[in-house]
Structures are given as structure tokens and as C-alpha cells.
Ligand binder design. Structure first.
Ligand SMILES: [Ca+2]
Length: 202
């Protein structure tokens, strides 16, 4: 089953590290040092957890209802529920959940996130929603494709890396991780170490 026990997200820091490079570890530590609470928790889920790649048809309706019950449907907000659903489900699954949500709630998930959460957590949840709906996802995908191309499309890679703001890059990084299950930095690092191998004299 792809149901995640809550203990798995509870036992960070760093109980279940992905085979991260030193750079990745440093990123995790930076996040841990610079953030706290629900916001930190969602960041850590987005960066660490092996994502669920599939669409779980049986869970679409339930996730949409749970999101409604955790926000619009109650006084106050159950942030944990938002974090668990938005952090752990695949992009494809969430796309369907958001459609179902709109029918149940009569408003867009984005509106509910804005009304029900605040601060950094609100911003990061919105980044996930955008990722699902596709602005940073577009850039994450472009980066991924530029790196997959034979010889690497360095121009595209560089243009995106230098033209997006740092805030944007956080969104793009979270999206990249969510869509491809690997850290953007790790992927770039692997790519460049591969390049320098290729450039060794024969
Ligand atoms: Ca509420």
C-alpha cells in the first residue's frame, strides 16, 4: 500500500535519508537550521520522501473531502492534513484531487490554502499547488529535459538557472524533486561530474 504512516514524517530529522550527496545534506541542514514548524515539515517531506508516482483512483474523492474537512469545513485548520496530502501525493494524483475539490468546495484549492493557512506554510503549499498546475513545473521539466538531452542543452540550463529569482528557484527545486524524485542539485552535480569524466583525455 502507498499509505504513509505519520511516524515516517515524524521521525525526521534524517531518519530515512535518500542517498544524498554532501551538497544535498547541506541543503537539508540549511533548511533545518533556517525554518521551523509546519513549514519545515513540508519542506522536509518535499525534499526527502520517495514520492508516490501513481494515481490512486480510490483516494481521489477521499483526499478532496479530507482537504475540505481540514480547512473550509471546520473552524480553524488542520495543517497536518494539508501537509500530508499535498506533500506526499504525486502531481498526477493531486491534479485529479484538485478537480474533485473544486466540485466539493465550490472554490479553487488555491483560494482555500490562502484562506486557511498563513506565512511560509501558505507560500509553500501554494508552491505545491502551482507545481501541480504547472508554472515552476514547467521550468522543472525544462531543466530536466535540458539535462537529459545528449550533450546537455547547457544554454537552456544556464538561462533558467540565472533568469529565475531565488524564490522561484525554491519552487522549481521543490517541483523538480516532486516530479522526478531526485534533488535538482544532486542531478546537476551528477551531470557535471559525468561531463568532466567525458572531457578526460582518452
Ligand atoms: Ca477553516
Amino acid at each position: 500500500s502507498c499509505q504513509r504512516s505519520s511516524s515516517k514524517t515524524e521521525d525526521f530529522p534524517w531518519g530515512r535519508l535518500h542517498p544524498l550527496t554532501t551538497f544535498g545534506n547541506k541543503l537539508e541542514k540549511d533548511i533545518c537550521g533556517d525554518t521551523s514548524g509546519h513549514y519545515q515539515k513540508l519542506l522536509v517531506i518535499l525534499l526527502q520522501v520517495d514520492m508516490e508516482a501513481e494515481i490512486d483512483e480510490g483516494k481521489i474523492e477521499k483526499d478532496a473531502k479530507d482537504l475540505y474537512a481540514a480547512g473550509e469545513g471546520k473552524f480553524g485548520t488542520d495543517e497536518e492534513k494539508f501537509i500530508n496530502i499535498l506533500g506526499n501525493r504525486s502531481v498526477e494524483h493531486l491534479r485529479k484531487v484538485f478537480d474533485a475539490y473544486k466540485k466539493i468546495a465550490g472554490c479553487d484549492i488555491e483560494e482555500s490554502v490562502k484562506g486557511e493557512t498563513t506565512g511560509n506554510l501558505e507560500n509553500l503549499l501554494l508552491a505545491v499547488v502551482k507545481c501541480v498546475k504547472s508554472v515552476p513545473a514547467f521550468f522543472a521539466e525544462s531543466l530536466y529535459k535540458s539535462m537529459r538531452r545528449a550533450g546537455t542543452d547547457d544554454d537552456t540550463l544556464m538561462r533558467i538557472m540565472v533568469s529565475r529569482s531565488e524564490v522561484d528557484m525554491l519552487d522549481i527545486r521543490a517541483c523538480f524533486k516532486k516530479m522526478y524524485g531526485a534533488s535538482l542539485y544532486t542531478t546537476i552535480q551528477v551531470l557535471f561530474s559525468h561531463h568532466s569524466t567525458l572531457m578526460q583525455p582518452q
